[in-house]
Design a protein around this ligand. Structure first.
Ligand code: SF4
Ligand code: SF4
Length: 371
């Protein structure tokens, strides 16, 4: 006799998906065109048709513990060919955002950072905090003489604030990812752990070269923007470490000469980030004949990354122009965007990196196990 299963639909989950950019999900009539045209969907476990019906039925637990929604790279080939305008690519994107919110530790941070209505408050928090710290330490004024940002906000002070905040955020992110992993494991009866290492390495290789993006048809040009943003961030992380080594190990203090290799590397990374995010934004604005809508969450994040890059570049240019009254406020603004990007990352679009890596690793382990 076939196994009897009781399905418990979660109506609120359906509402949340529709609010988060998947408002078209009810239009799907299960023709399966999307699974046929998806360049990534495997033959033995096709998506996103199945995920569309699961979403219509409100099967929250099954969907949020599914690694398959992360295999999707949001190319929107499916949305282009969907005869009903159900926009499966956008529905899957709303599901991934929901996974981040549901696994967020603490939970309220997932809603706070994940909701564009609160973005301005999320920015005000670090900005006011910096003002208070500067006020309490007697630095809340434009310093005299040559523009040197460490006269305004001393490096050890910045390091204490950022290192403790990033340390806490990383720990919470690790807990959130662990919860996600446990959910995926619970949803299956096998742990698949014996192939974790090779599956993880294979996933990282795909990630570094953005191989899945090459398979897209409708949105092929997304690859360049994403790669530039990714390597821009990697370069800026290396630059930050480099500055710290200069400061503590070699006693080289800012401002560092423009001819220094660290400056070249940092400026090139900032340029990568700027060009990459401009490509992503212009790509989203192009009419490619795809019935797809960028969610307000995605727009907000893209604009914040643009502001991060622009304020960073302006901070340097205004310093070189010698306009102290503009340079220090711009620096403070830039620090606020830096804080937003790296301290809120477990709950923002950047959190995708960890979730996607684990989900694709898990999916590979599962598929290899079957083979
Ligand atoms: S999302 Fe569109 S293409 Fe996919 S099954 Fe539903 S109606 Fe068909
Ligand atoms: S957005 Fe692209 S990768 Fe994702 S399901 Fe649709 S066709 Fe497949």
């Amino acid at each position: 006799m076939p196994e009897e299963r009781v399905l418990s639909p979660d109506i609120q989950f359906i509402r949340d998906l529709r609010k988060g950019g998947g408002e078209t999900l009810k239009k799907c009539y299960q023709c399966a065109t999307c699974s046929v045209v998806c360049p990534i969907s495997p033959d033995d476990k096709p998506f996103p048709r199945q995920q569309m019906v699961m979403a219509q039925w409100g099967l929250k637990d099954q969907l949020l513990s599914s690694p398959d929604i992360w295999t999707c790279h949001n190319c929107n080939d499916c949305s282009k060919y969907c005869p009903r305008g159900a926009r499966p690519g956008d529905v899957l994107s709303a599901m991934r955002q929901k996974v981040i919110k549901e696994n967020a530790i603490p939970r309220f941070m997932g809603s706070f950072v994940g909701d564009p209505r609160f973005t301005i408050f999320a920015l005000i928090v670090p900005f006011v905090f910096f003002l208070v710290v500067l006020g309490l330490t007697g630095h809340l004024h434009i310093p005299e003489g040559k523009i040197v940002y460490s006269k305004f906000f001393p490096i050890p002070m910045i390091e204490i604030i950022f290192m403790s905040a990033v340390g806490i955020a990383t720990l919470l992110y690790a807990f959130s990812l662990n919860r996600f992993w446990q959910n995926m494991t619970k949803a299956t009866d096998k742990p698949y752990l014996k192939t974790f290492g090779p599956a993880f390495v294979e996933t990282i290789k795909e990630f570094l070269f953005h191989r899945k993006f090459e398979k897209c048809e409708a949105n092929r040009d997304r690859k360049n923007g994403h790669m530039l943003v990714f390597y821009g961030f990697v370069g800026l992380a290396i630059t930050t470490t480099w500055i710290t080594v200069y400061y503590y190990a070699f006693k080289i203090h800012s401002p560092i000469s423009l001819g220094d290799p660290m400056k070249w590397f940092g400026n090139l990374s900032a340029l990568f980030l700027l060009v990459g995010i401009l490509l992503i934004i212009s790509n989203r604005m192009k009419d490619k004949g795809i019935d797809s809508k960028t969610s307000s969450f995605d727009w907000t994040f893209a604009i914040l990354i643009l502001l991060l890059a622009v304020t960073g570049i302006l901070t340097e240019l205004i310093r070189l122009a010698g306009i102290a009254s503009l340079a220090y406020p711009m620096y403070l603004l830039h620090l606020t965007f830096v804080f937003y990007t790296i301290v809120y990352f477990p709950y923002s679009k950047l959190a995708h990196m960890g979730y996607r890596t684990l989900a694709i690793t898990f999916a590979k382990m599962r598929d290899w196990d079957v083979e």
